[in-house]
Design a protein around this ligand. Structure first.
Ligand SMILES: CC(C)(COP(=O)(O)OP(=O)(O)OC[C@H]1O[C@@H](n2cnc3c(N)ncnc32)[C@H](O)[C@@H]1OP(=O)(O)O)[C@@H](O)C(=O)NCCC(=O)NCCS
Length: 171
């Protein structure tokens, strides 16, 4: 299969925070952000694979900053690594100052999607060739994140997670 670049799957989702989407502190409800990120990640995975894709796991979500009512929220999703049938999608979430237009990073998250056929069976996806320094760093770290996710899901023995183990044994 012809390799693809992260830019091929770039998906940008911009939307407002409305009153019905906030918690009692008038900040965006976490579940609403998860749903928006799931949508953006699924489009990115689809653009990379051109197949039906399903969410396999949500590997990491950092709610570092609250997102106030009325904010303009932009989610940028890109495939950060493709394995055999699975793809890691890295999401960066930005909020935009109303007056200056300056963007601030609010959150980030990492989702895993799997490409499947009409019967729901996993199918191969094209490899990914990272281009920028950030894309290369995310690509390099993706294997140990996959191993951690599989270990936590009980689908891989901790002993077989060699890349992950190296993280704890390296000086
Ligand atoms: C995701 C799903 C297709 C995986 O099926 P499976 O029978 O476990 O298939 P496999 O074991 O062959 O795994 C397929 C790929 O998924 C990856 N995978 C499976 N579970 C994973 C997890 N928890 N974290 C990361 N990757 C995972 C495997 O590593 C494998 O990747 P690879 O082919 O790139 O090496 C299946 O579990 C499924 O359909 N789940 C429901 C998806 C869904 O409905 N999502 C919406 C939730 S509401």
């Amino acid at each position: 299969m012809t390799p693809k670049y992260p830019a091929d799957s770039l998906t940008v989702l911009t939307d407002l925070v409305l009153p019905s989407e906030t918690n009692p502190l008038n900040n965006l409800f976490g579940g609403e952000l998860l749903a928006r990120m799931d949508r953006a990640a699924s489009i990115a995975a689809r653009r990379h694979s051109r197949r039906i894709v399903v969410t396999a796991s949500v590997n990491h979500v950092a709610f570092n900053r609250s997102i106030p009512l009325g904010s303009v929220v932009t989610i940028e999703a890109k495939v950060s690594r493709a394995f055999t049938s699975s793809m890691e999608i890295y999401l960066d979430v930005w909020i935009e100052d109303r007056e200056s237009g300056i963007r601030t990073k609010a959150n980030e998250a990492i989702y895993t999607f799997v490409a499947v056929d009409e019967m729901g069976n996993p199918v191969p996806v094209p490899p990914l060739e990272p281009q920028t320094e950030e894309e290369q760093a995310r690509f390099a770290a993706a294997l140990r994140r996959k191993q951690l996710s599989l270990v936590l899901a009980g689908k891989m023995k901790a002993n077989d997670a060699t890349e992950l183990k190296a993280l704890f044994t390296e000086n």
